[in-house]
Write a protein of this length. Structure first.
Length: 256
């Protein structure tokens, strides 16, 4: 590996990361593919190669390109299983990325297995009250919710929200995610009065932390619009949906 090759990899990874944070997933994919081209020269066991593969897979998944993403995820996991210790946080990240992927494509049993493997690593390494544990709890809770295991999902959502608020403060982006997820669960179970203030808090936090044009705000607005429509508040729902659609069009992608 030459110095120039490493420098090019860093440039592509940084540019891809910035694009991903702004919700520009197609641009992120292009940058991460450029980084992968450089990383292939680092050797099959280099952790930078695994990191690149994971980022590229995430960018593909964010555009709904799930079939393209899975080989990248699996290759990253194989590299890290060979090179990292059994309790390494990067291995937990690989497992949770694959769990989320399996969830998206409807392979719920595989998703649960991988989430639980990842959570066992994180709990051993950092403890049950760590923010990374909360992240995995949240992912597992979404899975349970989609699989109609609503009581289990609610308990995990509440625990993740508590951990995040205590560790990150009430205005953090991760807190907004927990609020949105818990609200969606309440809405699904016709507990709309409990859901509405949670959606409103979530949207306010996302606007502050990610800005008014981020895809995550559009997704939260769509959820809120569904609640309004469910309650017969059609004009309000139409206005919220229109705002979400403008954000999606500006971002150049839609809800994956």
């Amino acid at each position: 590996m030459t110095v120039g090759t490493h420098s090019e990899w860093q440039i592509h990874m940084a540019a891809g990361g910035m694009a991903f944070e702004k919700g520009e997933y197609a641009a992120a994919e292009r940058m991460f593919r450029g980084a992968l081209k450089e990383a292939e020269s680092f050797g099959n066991h280099d952790p930078k190669l695994a990191h690149t593969l994971n980022n590229l897979a995430l960018a593909c998944c964010s555009q709904g390109k799930h079939e393209l993403a899975e080989p990248f995820y699996r290759r990253a996991l194989a590299i890290d299983e060979m090179t990292l210790g059994a309790d390494d946080p990067d291995l937990a990240t690989d497992l949770s990325n694959l769990a989320a992927h399996f969830h998206r494509i409807g392979r719920y049993d595989d998703a649960e297995q991988f989430y639980k493997r990842a959570m066992s690593i994180v709990e051993r390494r950092f403890g049950k009250e760590h923010i990374e544990t909360a992240r995995l709890m949240s992912g597992l809770a979404v899975l349970y919710c989609d699989n109609d295991r609503c009581h289990e999902a609610e308990q995990l959502y509440k625990k993740a929200l508590d951990i995040r608020e205590r560790n990150l403060g009430s205005k953090h982006q991760d807190v907004a995610e927990s609020l949105n997820n818990l609200a969606a669960l309440y809405c699904k179970n016709n507990r709309c009065a409990e859901a509405e203030p949670l959606y409103e808090r979530s949207i306010a936090i996302i606007e502050i932390t990610l800005g008014p044009d981020h895809p995550e705000l559009a997704a939260a607005l769509e959820n809120y619009g569904d609640l309004l429509r469910k309650n017969g508040r059609t004009p309000e729902a139409d206005a919220v949906d229109s705002r979400a659609e403008r954000i999606w069009k500006k971002a150049g992608n839609h809800g994956y």
